[in-house]
Design a protein around this ligand. Structure first.
Ligand SMILES: [Zn+2]
Length: 486
């Protein structure tokens, strides 16, 4: 049972060999959307008395048919039903757009309006990412071998042009052939999965077009033995992972050996990241304060531009660090998985934000701010995805609620006290331990504990909401003695 994952593959369109005509077409395909959607929103808002209704719950619904009556002329229906003039003739405003495309844009605009987006005279119009999703029926990917092709480009993608071309009074769709810069890496990736859809994107910074292929990848199974079944001969083990703020994650591997050495304990921690993070946050907050103070002077515009730039840079740097972190974790897990029949359990801090709310407990303002900026959901989702891509079955990566795991002793299960931040002391067995390690150990033990409850129980993955019956985890029986309270 391996889950398939959707992966994106970015390929650059060779802009330098495109003809001017093709460039113009691409520009129309990727740039037109935004303006039409904005137009639609304005039309809806202008005619809201006629076409909008309110549901019982107070939500606004837009009548799409009535909106079409206001915007689109029809020519293909019977004579008496034909609309020749409409108040807002979109086909006149955007003559290169087809009827279907108007309806796609209409749906997006209606969605936006129902979600509460309103046009305003002061605010600039929406700037959606310039992109166009194209489903499988509307494009083909062609590879021309060396002998048959005398141009340098071997990979072409043919997109059924959504612009109407008129020939003898009937519209038909041409194919727009785009040359792709496909490297050996891209070709390897393409072989791994099936193409689901394609997205055309325009990047402002480099002024280039890119094709984003959406691939459906079926990862190879990590534990598939030569017999073809999943029962491996390796000893079972459970890796508990506790996510933290200063230390990004702590992992403890529970094995039947019942011993904890340095090999079984892992801290994922980058000093550099903490420093970089801190520096960016300082800079950002300083600039924001300056922007508030500087309200009257004329240099505000420049300041906000710089602030935007800095925010973007911070986001990019953060992303790079997160990906590096995920890579590290996956690598460690893979080395463990070669020696053990491994299950990974991650604590999901579901209630932690409410617990540490203002006025509750002793949490400081600084700590609370850190807590809210801490994107654990993203980290968990990325980790799950990366592990599934490297071949783990979904039931081997579980997320369980971590409530109470760091406040109980990992040895005897009684309540502990925290003498210093980061340390945990159990009064009944006189044992001092690292608090994150206790958390990770308790997470692994909690998972095992829920396995050995009476029959018929299921384990719910908090991240996805999937339920797995305990039959999935029969290999874990060998670990049962870890559970016995000592
Ligand atoms: Zn204890």
């Amino acid at each position: 049972m391996v889950e398939d994952v959707v992966k994106t593959l970015k390929v650059r369109i060779k802009k330098e060999v495109l003809t001017t005509r093709k460039k113009e077409r691409l520009r129309r395909i990727t740039g037109r959307d935004t303006r039409i959607i904005e137009k639609y929103v304005r039309i809806i808002h202008h005619n809201r008395r006629k076409i909008c209704t309110k549901t019982k719950k107070g939500k606004i619904r837009v009548h799409r048919g009535k909106l079409d009556e206001l915007t689109l002329t029809t020519s293909k229906v019977k004579e008496e039903e034909r609309r020749t003039t409409v108040p807002h003739d979109l086909k006149k405003m955007f003559p290169y757009c087809s009827h279907n495309e108007f309806q796609e844009c209409r749906d997006i605009a209606v969605q936006l309006y129902e979600q509460g987006y309103r046009p305003s005279p002061t605010r600039p119009p929406i700037k959606r990412a310039r992109r166009q999703l194209i489903n499988k029926k509307r494009f083909i990917l062609v590879h021309l071998p060396k002998e048959k092709n005398n141009t340098l480009t071997r990979w072409w993608v043919g997109i059924r042009d959504s612009l109407d071309t008129w020939k003898r009074n009937t519209p038909y769709h041409q194919k727009l052939w785009l040359p792709l810069e496909m490297s050996t890496f891209h070709q390897k990736e393409l072989k791994k999965g099936r193409i689901k859809s394609l997205e055309l994107r325009y990047r402002h910074s480099t002024r280039e077009w890119w094709v984003y292929f959406q691939l459906r990848v079926l990862p190879p199974s990590f534990y598939l033995t030569s017999q073809g079944d999943n029962s491996s001969s390796l000893p079972p083990a459970v890796l508990g992972i506790d996510l933290g703020i200063n230390i990004l994650a702590t992992g403890v591997l529970l094995t039947p050996k019942k011993k904890l050495t340095n090999k079984e304990i892992k801290f994922w921690y980058t000093k550099q990241w903490n420093r970089v993070n801190h520096r960016y946050k300082l800079k950002l907050s300083r600039l924001q304060r300056k922007g508030d103070l500087n309200d009257q002077s004329g240099k505000k515009h420049q300041l906000y531009r710089f602030l935007g730039l800095l925010r973007r840079r911070y986001r990019n740097v953060k992303q790079a660090y997160i990906h590096q972190f995920i890579n590290d974790v996956v690598q460690t897990i893979e080395t463990y998985a070669r020696r053990y029949d491994l299950f990974v359990v991650v604590g999901y801090p579901k209630h932690i934000r409410e617990e540490k709310e203002k006025g509750k407990g002793k949490s400081s303002r600084k700590f609370r701010r850190k807590l809210h900026q801490w994107n654990f959901f993203l980290i968990l989702a990325l980790l799950r995805r990366a592990l599934i891509l490297s071949g783990f079955e979904p039931h081997r990566i579980l997320t369980i609620e971590e409530k109470g795991t760091s406040s109980h002793c990992a040895r005897c299960g009684r309540k502990v006290i925290r003498p210093v931040r980061g340390l945990v002391h159990c009064p009944s067995c006189d044992y001092t331990f690292h608090s994150d390690l206790t958390g990770a150990m308790n997470i692994a033990r909690k998972f095992l504990g829920s396995l050995f409850r009476p029959r018929g129980t299921t384990i719910t993955d908090y991240l996805t909401g999937y339920r797995y019956s305990s039959t999935h985890f029969t290999v874990c029986r060998g670990l049962s003695h870890w559970l016995q309270p000592q």
